[in-house]
Design a protein around this ligand. Structure first.
Ligand SMILES: Cc1cc2nc3c(=O)[nH]c(=O)nc-3n(C[C@H](O)[C@H](O)[C@H](O)COP(=O)(O)OP(=O)(O)OC[C@H]3O[C@@H](n4cnc5c(N)ncnc54)[C@H](O)[C@@H]3O)c2cc1C
Length: 422
């Protein structure tokens, strides 16, 4: 695997800010079109910084702030920012949609700048070729919108929340409700454009298969700045079926077929859910995206283009686990006891079933090894609104205790996690 040495050193960084900005403003790319950047002296700096912060835990005055936020309009601006970063040893954080769970695209422990790709978000769908090119600052909602307005029989298997950015999402794998049918978003990437540490632009052919392998699941901000992804789109029927059954917990599902064929399967394999025909909703694939994103299914498709999430932003902390052996009822009861703790605001565990297509794809196909033998993934989450250190510590300690409790019941040696969240 080719790993490009990435990130500058922290040696005498303060002295390098001005040099970095001078380098940026005088680079040949800036002669063609102005490179827009925001320093803390600019009144728009706080709003540009905060717009794509999705975890309020990192939107505090104590969180380290970038020296400058660069918002490139072209690939040449990205090249210039990388070259100047390299030359003046200023650490770079690249930001796509800003959904990183630990704020890695906009927080660093040493002086840094943000390369914010928010203006590079166009999507080109080629229905005949069943492919799409997506600029790396785009969201999965924009991709869904562009597919859904051009065809009702093609789809793409990525995440549920439309504001998630393809920059980080595809770099870490990216999964959604059709994981068992189609695999991950990264399983369907067929080409990419990337700017390397020297500022050189590559496509799949010029970066080579090793690097192309690494960027599809190996994590963002590691091998260079991806500027665009090319993906294959997948065929779906005109109508798919969705349902939600509320028990003591909520169970969602997407079936790529019609209700009349789904119902007997559910009644045979999951009689305890008690699903009836009236629970099943048939709609097009793009409207199922609205359904799971929390929008009324007759909403205009334009809502998928919004970069503002439907639900309010909160503080959160998350972890993940993979499960290969069935978990005992006793172990599950221990989870319930923790979830019901009254001093924890909003705990949540999401169980995502694996198998199906995921078990057929070899674990070395891309850097995402959770394939055959994985039963399901658990995402442990806790949200809270109360401000301050005490509330943060209480909720973070809670999830750490839960994580410790789960150790005997999940994958071991090594204990596995989903890299796509970080
Ligand atoms: C509300 C919410 C819902 C989510 N739902 C899902 C889901 O359904 N399925 C799922 O799989 N995941 C989900 N995630 C996790 C999400 O996929 C990851 O956090 C992903 O990394 C976010 O990508 P981003 O571009 O929005 O984030 P960013 O914070 O911008 O980036 C994440 C990481 O990728 C790097 N990066 C971003 N762009 C580039 C680029 N162009 N080139 C190189 N590196 C880059 C960043 O530096 C950072 O390290 C969700 C997260 C949130 C907060």
């Amino acid at each position: 695997m080719l790993a490009v040495p990435w990130s500058g050193s922290d040696a005498s960084p303060a002295a390098n800010h001005d040099n970095f900005l001078h380098c940026l403003s005088t680079s040949p790319a800036a002669n063609v079109s102005k490179i827009v950047f925001y320093t803390p002296a600019n009144p728009s700096y706080p709003s540009v910084l905060q717009f794509s912060i999705h975890n309020l835990r990192f939107n505090t005055s104590a969180a380290p702030k970038p020296i400058v936020i660069v918002t490139p309009q072209t690939t040449s601006h990205i090249q210039a920012a990388i070259s100047c970063s390299h030359k003046h040893r200023l650490h770079l954080r690249v930001r796509g949609g800003g959904h990183d769970y630990e704020g890695l695209s906009y927080v660093a422990s040493r002086p840094f700048f943000i390369l914010d790709l928010i203006n590079l978000s166009s999507v080109k769908v080629d229905v005949a070729a069943r492919t799409a090119w997506i600029q790396a600052g785009g969201t999965i909602g924009e991709l869904y919108y562009q597919i859904g307005t051009q065809t009702t029989t093609l789809a793409f298997p990525a995440g549920v929340c439309p504001t998630v950015g393809v920059g980080g999402h595809f770099s870490g794998g990216g999964y959604g409700l059709s994981l068992r049918k189609f695999g991950l978003a990264a399983d369907h990437i067929v080409d990419a454009h990337l700017v390397d540490v020297k500022g050189k632009v590559h496509n799949r052919a010029s970066m080579g298969e090793d690097l192309f392998w690494a960027i599809r699941g190996g994590g963002g901000n590691t091998f260079g700045v991806v500027t665009a992804w090319k993906v294959n789109l997948l065929p779906v029927p005109e109508n798919v079926t969705v349902f939600t059954v509320t028990k003591t917990i909520q169970q969602n599902s997407l079936y790529l077929g019609q209700a009349q064929s789904l119902l007997p399967l559910l009644q045979r394999d999951f009689p305890e859910l008690g699903v009836e025909r009236e629970d099943l909703i048939e709609l097009t694939w793009i409207r199922s995206i609205l359904y799971f994103a929390g929008y009324p299914t007759d909403s205009p498709l334009e809502v998928l283009r919004s970069q503002v999430p439907l639900t309010r932003k909160r503080n959160f902390k998350a972890k993940s686990d993979y499960v290969t052996e069935p978990m005992s009822e006793r172990a599950l009861e221990g989870i319930w006891r923790r979830i019901l703790r009254p001093d924890i605001e909003d705990p949540e565990l999401i169980f995502s079933p694996y198998g199906g297509r995921m078990s057929e794809i070899p674990e070395s196909s891309i850097p995402f090894p959770h394939r055959a033998g994985t039963r399901y993934k658990i995402q442990h989450l806790v949200y809270w609104e109360r401000e301050g250190r005490e509330a943060t510590d209480r909720h973070v300690d809670w999830i750490r205790e839960l994580y410790g409790y789960l150790a005997p019941h999940v994958s071991k040696n090594p204990r596995l996690a989903y890299s796509g969240f970080y």
